[in-house]
Design a protein around this ligand. Structure first.
Ligand SMILES: Cc1cc2nc3c(=O)[nH]c(=O)nc-3n(C[C@H](O)[C@H](O)[C@H](O)COP(=O)(O)O)c2cc1C
Length: 379
């Protein structure tokens, strides 16, 4: 069966799949452009863009960008969006993922709009001021939420202050990679699982005029996609599966780490952003769990909740430094993110984005497939 198109405000794409933004450096121009070239939505991560083009930014002796303007560099982001658009050859759409927690959030949102991104997807906090940051630009706005309550708050605030509503919303459940919008213990409770959060969020989205709901977190296969579309979602956001593609911007070691991970190696850590962070047990994480504090001082001032290193010192690591180290291919010192299903990637191996999209749209068999036991009734 052909999947329906996905409409987000003025945008329409043929394939209802959004490749989730992955920072630092896992989804930049190459992955985003390649996904868009298949008619889906490719997303460039706006965090730590200074790592991508080191010559454009000021760095310390370890290669870490100095201050937020160099960490989240406007020039680097603009270059990436231009290149992603070139790779996409005008197909699909190019979005930018901006963590609400990053320092200079409003400036980065404007950078993305100025660069001609088609949409902004924004979570890890509530993007309550986002419409103001991109005023005057034609850009679709898509907040990420983990509850109907959060969607209600965003809609009420945007309507009252800016007379605008989200063009779509991503509902992210607790099996996703990276930060979770839940307390640690809630990530495992049935009532917070994606499928159980969806009905309430759909109801809330309907109240505001049928805002399209895109589901994320643990979605794996064509049959999962059909299942969620049947339940009322308009599309899916997927990230972990895209890490094991040739086009993914991560270094080979990143892909190998995730391909080798077993189910029990994928765990939740406390992060300086203030939410649980899903990562793979690698040497740095092992040292952290053994009580070693790996904080090396604050250079990049990357996120506001960290308070210039205060939180990083408490949890034992700087998120920018550790994700930056992983992007630089440093297995010993980096932090490597995965969704809860990352261990299934070994059956996929590293493939091309086109093959992955063909699997996810039911055109070719999927070697990773297990029977999820879900009954699909879409015809
Ligand atoms: C390596 C990696 C990095 C991620 N980084 C970010 C990020 O910077 N911002 C964000 O909003 N979500 C981030 N995510 C979450 C994804 O965008 C996505 O919503 C989620 O992982 C979907 O679940 P899945 O990985 O099971 O498909 C990341 C996920 C992965 C796997």
């Amino acid at each position: 069966m052909n999947l329906p198109k996905l409409r987000i405000g003025f945008l329409e794409v043929e394939v209802p799949i959004v490749q989730g933004g992955m920072g630092v450096g896992i989804s930049w121009e190459n992955l985003a452009g390649s996904v868009a070239a298949q008619g889906a939505i490719g997303v460039v991560s706006a965090v730590g863009t200074g790592y991508r083009y080191p010559d454009l930014v000021k760095r310390d002796k370890y290669g870490r960008p100095i201050g937020s303007l160099n960490a989240h560099s406007p020039e680097a982001l603009k270059k990436m969006i231009r290149e992603a658009k070139e790779i996409s050859k005008g197909r699909g759409a190019i979005g930018v993922n901006i963590l609400c927690a990053i320092t200079d959030y409003e400036r980065v949102a404007r950078d993305a709009a100025e660069a001609g991104a088609d949409l902004i997807i924004s979570g890890a906090g509530l993007p309550l001021k986002l419409p103001q940051s991109v005023e005057g630009y034609d850009i679709a706005l898509v907040p990420i939420v983990s509850s109907a309550r959060a969607l209600n708050l965003i809609c009420r605030t945007w309507k009252r202050k800016y007379n605008r509503l989200p063009d779509a919303v991503v509902l992210e459940g607790p099996k996703s990679g990276g930060h979770q919008g839940f307390k640690y213990e809630d990530c495992f409770k049935p009532q917070y699982q994606l499928e159980n959060l969806l009905p309430e969020v759909l109801k809330e989205a309907k109240r505001w005029g049928n805002i399209p709901v895109i589901v994320a977190g643990g979605i794996w296969s064509y049959s999962d996609i059909l299942w969620y579309l049947e339940k009322g979602a308009s599309g899916v956001q997927m990230a972990t599966r895209f890490v094991a593609t040739h086009e993914c911007d991560a270094p080979l070691i990143y892909k190998e780490v995730i391909l080798e991970a077993e189910k029990e190696d994928i765990i939740l850590l406390k992060s300086p952003v203030g939410y649980p962070l899903r990562v793979i047990r690698t040497p740095f994480v092992e040292r952290l769990l053994a009580g070693v504090n790996g904080w090396m001082g604050c250079v990049s001032n990357c996120i506001t909740p960290c308070n210039k290193g205060e939180e990083a010192k408490k949890v034992g690591f700087c998120i920018a430094d550790r994700l930056g180290a992983a992007w630089l291919g440093n297995y010993e010192e980096g932090i490597f993110i995965s969704g809860a299903n990352g261990y299934k990637l070994k059956k996929q191996g590293i493939i091309y984005v086109k093959e992955l999209i063909d699997m996810l749209t039911g055109k070719i068999p999927d070697p990773t497939l297990e029977d999820t036991g879900r009954k699909i009734t879409v015809s």
